[in-house]
Design a protein around this ligand. Structure first.
Ligand code: NAD
Length: 445
């Protein structure tokens, strides 16, 4: 495979963590971002790995309740020659002590969803920048907590939505900004990812004693029926149609299918079977959740959550305007632009991807090679480090975190009401009309 082909296909594959070693990044500088971590499980350690490759970062402290996660992190930190950080552990509230430290400027939070908002709010109140994993919140009250705390403290929270930085996704951002698709009309996106092997591990176990995300993620499929993970698809679309910055989500309707996938998985698994205790569980989360959002500028966005059935990964992406359209799946990316493409025929995305490659990717594609998810994780971590270092506002901020994450509780409400339309709150309280786009305007961060 040629190098460029490789770069595009690995950006698309998007999910497997690459093992290619990255080069140390950045000039040695007096100004360093002092960043701590709450949660150093799978995701926290991938952020840690990226930050350990930078010369402009110090890591004074880390926190996790799992001694194994702490030990693995300490080994990574020592291997990279960084001083040993202070460890906060032993209690689910140990993070509260950590965020009070005077030598911390920012904190990356990569814990289970239930902890995201309480930890982000506590960290902002302690005056430290927050880099918050997705989704940022799971109830409407939490969405407002993020906004209200930001407005009260003026401490930025950045939602770490890495898919906004995927190479092909950013190329489409450039195409949108250069008006290739004309006036935007309709979008499709989603999280379509077979997570059965993540929700159950090992075998068909989950909850206490299980491994990785099976310890906590699976429980949400018992208690919630809605789009529990909307931001990977919705984040990129929101940057295209300027949500909270000239546009906003207005309302949504949501429907859920029946729930069969997880039960089937348990009864057909070699470690499960119809007599396994988990075969009796009543799963609440419909296998396919379809949400249609309307925007103030008259677009519609169909968001799909599809994680319990056998399928290859796909964002199920579509951007459509008055002049053209692009669609992505796992191995197919295609474009049609009226007047440029042959009549009624798709063109391959590759030439467009190269022409509209985002300035950030042009600048950092070599540096980011080997960072997680086809390189895109470099960019989201880079943005967070830069705003902490330079004391800037977040390019994906509290209002974005709230609006994108609110799709979870609002879709639950709509589904519970048989698909009734539900209003999306204006988390900016009218400021969306005045706020200007700031995301990835150049090659800075
Ligand atoms: N953006 C992405 O591509 C991406 C990928 C994977 C996960 N995630 C998100 O990252 C977050 C973490 O996921 P993960 O895969 O690392 O899960 P994980 O289970 O591997 O790690 C979570 C860690 O949080 C720790 N933890 C739990 N409660 C804690 C507490 N009270 N105090 C301190 N530590 C605590 C756990 O011990 C564990 O080490 C989730 O929100 C997930 O959705 C995002």
């Amino acid at each position: 495979m040629k190098r460029r082909d490789f770069i595009w296909s690995s950006a698309l594959a998007g999910l497997a963590l690459s093992t290619t070693p990255m080069q140390m990044f950045g000039a040695s500088t007096d100004k360093k971002a002092k960043i701590g971590f709450i949660g150093v499980g799978g995701r926290g350690r991938s952020h840690l790995r990226n930050l350990l490759l930078r010369k402009d970062v110090e890591i004074p402290a880390i926190c996790d309740i799992d001694p194994e996660a702490i030990n693995e992190s300490l080994a990574m930190i020592a291997k990279q020659g960084f001083p040993k950080p202070e460890v906060y552990s032993g209690s689910e509230l140990a993070w509260q002590k950590m965020v009070e430290r005077d030598d911390l400027e920012g904190v990356i939070i990569s814990t289970p969803w239930l902890w995201h908002t309480p930890m982000a709010v506590g960290t902002m109140k302690a005056g430290k920048y927050v880099g918050l994993e997705v989704s940022a919140a799971i109830t409407l009250e939490e969405c407002w907590d993020l906004v209200n705390t930001y407005e009260a403290t003026k401490v930025p929270v950045m939602i770490l939505e890495n898919v906004c930085y995927r190479r092909d996704v950013m190329a489409v951002l450039q195409m949108v900004r250069e008006n290739l698709f004309g006036e935007l009309i309709h979008f499709r996106c989603g999280y379509q990812h077979d997570l059965r092997g993540v929700k159950f591990s090992p075998g068909v176990t989950f909850g206490e004693g299980a491994e990785g995300e099976a310890r906590w993620r699976t429980q949400h499929s018992i208690t919630q029926n809605g789009d529990v993970y909307p931001t990977h698809g919705l984040g990129p679309i929101a940057t295209y149609c300027n949500i909270n910055r000239g546009n906003r989500f207005v309302s949504l309707t949501s429907t859920a299918t029946k729930a069969r996938g997880l039960h089937e998985y348990i009864i057909n698994h070699k470690d499960g079977g119809i007599n396994h205790p988990n075969a009796n569980i009543e799963w609440k989360l419909g296998d396919v959740i379809t949400t249609t959002i309307t925007t103030a500028m008259g677009e519609s966005i169909i968001v799909t959550h599809d994680c319990n059935l056998p399928r290859p990964y796909s964002l199920g992406f579509r951007v459509q305007g008055t002049k053209g359209i692009t669609e992505f799946d796992m191995h197919t990316r295609r474009v049609y632009v009226e007047g440029k493409s042959p009549m009624h025929e798709w063109e391959d995305f590759k030439a467009y991807g190269e022409k509209y490659d985002h300035p950030l990717w042009r600048k950092y594609s070599q540096t980011s090679e080997g960072a997680g998810h086809g390189g895109m994780d470099f960019y989201v971590d880079h943005a967070f480090v830069e705003i902490v270092k330079r004391k800037l506002e977040a390019p994906l901020d509290a209002y974005d975190a709230a609006a994108w994450s609110s799709i979870t509780p609002l879709s639950e409400m709509s589904i519970a009401e048989g698909g009734e339309p539900v209003a999306v709150p204006d988390f900016t309280r009218g400021q969306w009309m005045l706020r200007k786009p700031v995301f990835a305007l150049n090659d800075d961060f």
